[in-house]
Design a protein around this ligand. Structure first.
Ligand SMILES: C[S@@+](CC[C@H](N)C(=O)[O-])C[C@H]1O[C@@H](n2cnc3c(N)ncnc32)[C@H](O)[C@@H]1O
Length: 329
């Protein structure tokens, strides 16, 4: 492919994403997950005219999301499962659609102007949390495999809707967990933890880790996918705060996308870094070396570093999901 062809290919890639967002927003995948349909049936089910439906359906076939046999269209068996499972992928698609609006404002945001970022409505926030849960379902079991608690108290900081806390509570029956997150997220976490019947093991509190008044000291704190939301100075403020909440020799468990020292940032890592810059006030992806310095400056020793294997979700793996276990000195 010539350089000219390559750039043409790249600059129109968003057409593909946008057509998937449209099909998802129109509810096409949800109806196709129920049964196979021809264009007339699909057009009626999603409320658009038959000719437009046919173009959308054929586009989805070309993108290998739908399969076509004669006049009938259907979702392939593995995708059908994803669109009907406990965490339907349609929430993840909606979350990316929301992010796409901010991606359109990159120049403004990078120039440091007070860009008019899209505020998360309750629905957007719910989609974001389900997308985080989708990833957590894959990563958290592997993280939990490295941990061992016979008893004690763990603080899950920015615990989202609670996937890590739930797995920890299920595995370590005598571990008492407190999950803290901001109010709208904490509300969702409470419901999900209640559905799992784990209210007695996991206490959900609503607030900011920097100023919530905790009565306890903790044996361990988990910081999963929070570090990259903050600029370096704020990361250190958070780590110092966690140090003050941990008992002597308490464990700090960090899960984040961290660039290994022997790797150059690859495309997915770089695009994710950009995504974080666009969506946060100064957050970014850090390297393991930077994380080491943060921990040292904040009174932690660095015990274990492990790359989490998420190869089933190729692009996520390319962002180097990493587990770090540190100890309060
Ligand atoms: C990317 S999500 C990670 C959720 C979960 N830990 C996981 O890995 O799936 C980050 C979470 O941290 C929460 N968070 C960020 N800053 C926080 C703060 N200062 N205090 C409490 N929660 C915070 C956000 O509300 C969000 O739910």
């Amino acid at each position: 492919m010539s350089a000219e062809e390559r750039i043409f290919e790249l600059i129109k890639r968003y057409w593909e994403s946008a057509s998937i967002f449209a099909a998802n927003e129109l509810g096409l995948f949800q109806v196709m997950a129920q049964k196979e349909m021809n264009a007339e049936q699909a057009s009626e089910a999603i409320g658009i005219d038959v000719e437009s439906a046919r173009i959308v359906l054929d586009t989805m076939v070309s993108l290998e999301i739908l399969q076509r046999s004669g006049p009938s269209y259907r979702l392939g068996p593995s995708l059908q499962k994803l669109f009907t499972s406990g965490t339907p992928i349609s929430f993840v698609i909606s979350h990316f659609q929301h992010g796409w609006q901010n991606w359109g404002k990159i120049p403004e945001i990078l120039r440091g102007k007070q860009a008019d970022r899209e505020v998360m409505t309750d629905k957007d926030l719910y989609n974001y949390m389900l997308k985080m849960d989708y990833i957590a379902k894959l990563v958290a079991p592997r993280v939990v495999n490295f941990l061992n608690f016979t008893q004690g108290k763990l603080l899950d900081v920015g615990g989202g809707i609670g996937r890590y806390s739930i797995l920890l509570a299920q595995k370590f029956k005598n571990l008492k967990i407190t999950l803290i997150d901001r109010s709208r997220v904490a509300e969702i976490a409470m419901k999900i933890i209640a559905q799992e019947g784990l209210q007695k093991h996991i206490d959900v509190v609503s607030g900011d880790i920097l100023d919530f008044q905790f009565e306890d000291k903790y044996d361990a704190a988990l910081l999963a996918n929070v570090l990259h939301l903050y600029p370096p100075k704020k990361v250190e403020v958070i780590l110092k705060r966690l140090r003050s909440l941990l008992k002597n020799s308490g464990q700090l468990i960090i899960v984040d996308y961290l660039l290994p020292s022997n790797k150059k940032p690859n495309l997915d890592f770089l695009l994710f870094s950009l995504h974080i810059m666009i969506h946060t006030q100064g957050g970014r992806c850090y390297s393991i070396g930077e994380c080491y310095k943060f921990l040292k400056n904040c009174g932690f020793s660095f015990d274990l570093v492990k790359r989490i294997d998420t190869s089933r979700l190729g692009p996520i793996d390319q962002r180097f999901p990493t587990l770090i276990i540190a100890t309060r000195e």
